[in-house]
Design a protein around this ligand. Sequence first.
Ligand code: AMP
Ligand code: MG
Length: 308
Amino acid sequence: MNQSNIKKASKYLDKNMCVAIPTETVYGLAGNAYSDIAVKKIYKLKKRPLTNSLIVHYSNLDLLKNDCILNNNFYLLYKKFCPGPITFVLKIKKNSKISKHVNNKNKTLAVRFPKHKITQKLMNKLSYPIAAPSANIFSNLSPVSASDVKEEFGKKIPMILDGGICKIGLESTIISLVNKPVILRLGGLDKNKISKILKKNLKIKLYSKKNILPGQSKLHYSPGIPVRMNAKKIKKDEAFITLKKYKNSDKNYFYLSKKGKKNEIAKNFYSTLRKIKNKGYKSIAIENINNKGIGLALNDRLKRASKK
Ligand code: AMP
Ligand code: MG
């Protein structure tokens, strides 16, 4: 990535415009988190309800200290996993400059430290953190490459910083540390690894009745066609996805990883769903995914994608 593109992106952000950025999880649609104008643009571009708060991305702890109250659990997890695919929900400071639209005037803020060289270099040029939800239209599949973002927004955004294919390919795991630690979204970091560091079993609270959060909406991550989970037999004209490669020359057949490796399965998940949708299939069947580790996160997304 040449430096001039990073500089160009920083200039757009300084002017309250939105640019797409690569991260290790999925591509983000970034804007100055201190600016009401930039943050409102993000919601508008994504067609996202204003009640669905955004995650703010930081490059260093000092900047975060201006905005949030940090506690012991935060420091434990930060030391072990950051930068990386974990988002913390923390108490926001009264004098924080974060735009009130980022978190719908809530007393909490979701924050994370993305692990991608290009985006880290970009953030180091800025004097503010960036709000960056996934760079897709609300409820669509998340983008894992620059061309996915182009499909979502076309010329509606001035720039997509191309950082290749996302290494993890699933959104971050979200943990609230406001009171007792609670997992709010299953994601790229296995919740058991988090439990180990905090030395406790973690509660998972994926659906909340009030203040529904983006990853918690019932219809989400949707390829726009029906998805049938735990499929054993394929129906005619249906695309069929398996976790590892079987002997099958059927053109309807797609596999997520040659040998069934977990990280490859997650990495190829969204791109395979997108490919199938773009080929014009009318429905998708996917074989059973073991409900463990990353499988928990994938099944959660599939359940929401298959909601009608
Ligand atoms: P996205 O950026 O599209 O991956 O979605 C943002 C995610 O951030 C949502 O799934 C929410 O669960 C989470 N989030 C944002 N703000 C808050 C908050 N103040 N409290 C809890 N979760 C939040
Ligand atoms: Mg999203």
